[in-house]
Design a protein. Structure first.
Length: 134
């Protein structure tokens, strides 16, 4: 078994695609529309779905906002330099909600950004892995 994707509901599909591709540097991998059930999907990620997990953006036609509740936390991305990535995201129009710094009670450098629908994305400094950002 392997993780294929995480689905999040968005209030405006193109706005979400633009954020994940233009601000976070992902690729639009595929999209689909279901006229009968009135929803559109877009799959975004850094590599092909056969290689890594991706994000499925779901737009239910006519629904512009969602109550996120208290259960879902965030999506995490490994980056080489959290502070540099925050600056890059800010310059691309993204919203940094927690600046780069050590995690509470630890030494790992993290930051948080927010997508246009209010979902949190954690940036984790990870010098050992391949990075699409920063």
């Amino acid at each position: 078994m392997r993780i294929l994707h995480t689905m999040i509901r968005v209030g405006h599909l193109q706005r979400a695609i633009d954020f994940y591709t233009q601000v976070l540097g992902m690729k639009l991998l595929r999209s689909a529309e279901n006229k009968e059930y009135q929803y559109s999907l877009a799959f975004v990620g850094y590599t092909d779905e056969s290689e890594n997990a991706v994000i499925e953006l779901t737009y239910n036609w006519g629904v512009e906002t969602y109550d996120h509740g208290t259960a879902f936390g965030h999506i995490a991305l490994g980056v080489k330099d959290v502070a540099q990535t925050c600056e890059m995201i800010r310059q691309a129009g993204g919203k940094v909600t927690r600046e780069a710094g050590p995690v509470k009670g630890g030494s790992t450098i993290i930051a948080f950004v927010e997508d246009p629908d209010g979902y949190k994305i954690e940036l984790i400094q990870d010098d050992q892995s391949h990075h699409a950002l920063g």
